[in-house]
Design a protein around this ligand. Structure first.
Ligand code: ZN
Length: 322
């Protein structure tokens, strides 16, 4: 579709400058375009950013120049493509709504299916959510899946995009056994130290990798190290993926000891707790049967994080962004 750029992009003076730099960078990276372009004509064309001819979809923005418009004739018509996540900062609310609509609807549809398929939670019940970060891991994650299956417990797995890419079958198994999948970034960087391009790339790539395998987006985001800032919060809101921290840290990564893991959890746990563990340590898998047994003995039932949040929300605590 051809349209006026201002329908989709917030063209403040500052944004115009950044957008212009982005276009110049992309032309610079594209040898075929760069070699034919006249710097003068390009500069002239970029003076009125809002008159550029563009098309946009949920993946990318394309800019078109006619033959002779900015380059020598031999170059012909020019099409420059910029991934959408790079211009995320420019998008108007309306554009975001339209462009991301599909993903959001699919995501919500998935959540609804899950909730309907499970019995209503008891307002006076005791619930906790077990969460596992940094996987899927080729040996530990299957052990954990076997244990939670044996004890008929659902859990939430915050996966790294890189790990998901490495072992797609395992991602598929996690989803098909009814567990929830969250986004833990692509490369486990501290997102609070990253710029918005990098944040978007980390979140988006991971969403895409997981969606390729399970056909829906992860429902939640847990930032590595629990580190977040306003940039991350904004992007999470746009993606309709709540940022989820934890309230009980098993310190499994530190103790690497099943007894200590159990003690840590049982000392801290309370109704509505979100318990942090990692499905990359053998000791975590070793501790798990006793963790589940102990929690069950204290009357806790196990739910996925989204269910826990809905339940907390119904109890007037939440929703939890950060
Ligand atoms: Zn982590």
């Amino acid at each position: 579709t051809m349209f006026s750029l201002e329908d989709f992009l917030n063209l403040t003076d500052e944004n115009k400058e950044r957008f212009k730099e982005l276009i110049l960078d992309h032309i610079d990276e594209n040898e075929d375009i760069r070699k034919g372009v006249s710097t003068e004509l390009l500069e002239e064309s970029l003076k009125s950013i809002k008159n550029l001819k563009c098309s946009i979809d949920s993946e990318e923005l394309s800019i078109y120049w006619d033959q002779y418009e900015i380059a020598i004739g031999a170059t012909g018509n020019i099409q420059l493509t910029i991934p959408l996540y790079e211009i995320n900062f420019l998008l108007t609310d309306k554009a975001r709504k339209n462009l991301y609509q599909l993903d959001i609807e699919e995501n919500n549809a998935h959540k609804m299916v899950k909730q309907q398929s499970r019995e209503q939670l008891d307002p006076n019940g005791k619930y906790v959510a077990l969460t596992f970060d940094d996987g899927p891991h080729s040996t530990v994650t299957p052990k954990i899946l076997n244990i939670v299956k044996e004890y008929q417990v659902q859990a939430t797995f915050f996966m790294l995009g890189n790990q998901a890419e490495y072992d797609p079958e395992l991602v598929h198994r996690v989803a098909s056994e009814g567990h929830e999948i969250g986004n833990h970034s692509q490369t486990h960087i501290d997102l609070s130290m990253a710029d918005e391009f990098r944040i978007h790339e980390e979140l988006n790539t991971t969403n895409e990798r997981i969606k390729e395998i399970v056909k829906y987006n992860p429902s939640l985001i847990r930032p590595p190290y629990g580190a977040y800032n306003d940039l991350l919060i904004n992007q999470a809101k746009q993606l309709n993926q709540p940022i989820i921290m934890w309230s009980v840290d098993s310190l499994d990564w530190q103790s690497r000891d099943p007894v200590a893991i159990n003690q840590e959890i049982m000392n801290q746990v309370t109704n509505g707790s979100i318990i942090l563990m990692h499905d990359i340590h053998e000791e975590t898998a070793e501790a798990l049967p006793e963790v589940i047994t102990n929690l069950k003995a204290e009357g806790y039932d196990f739910v996925i994080v989204t269910e826990l949040l809905n339940w907390l929300e119904a109890e007037d605590i939440g929703p939890h962004f950060g």
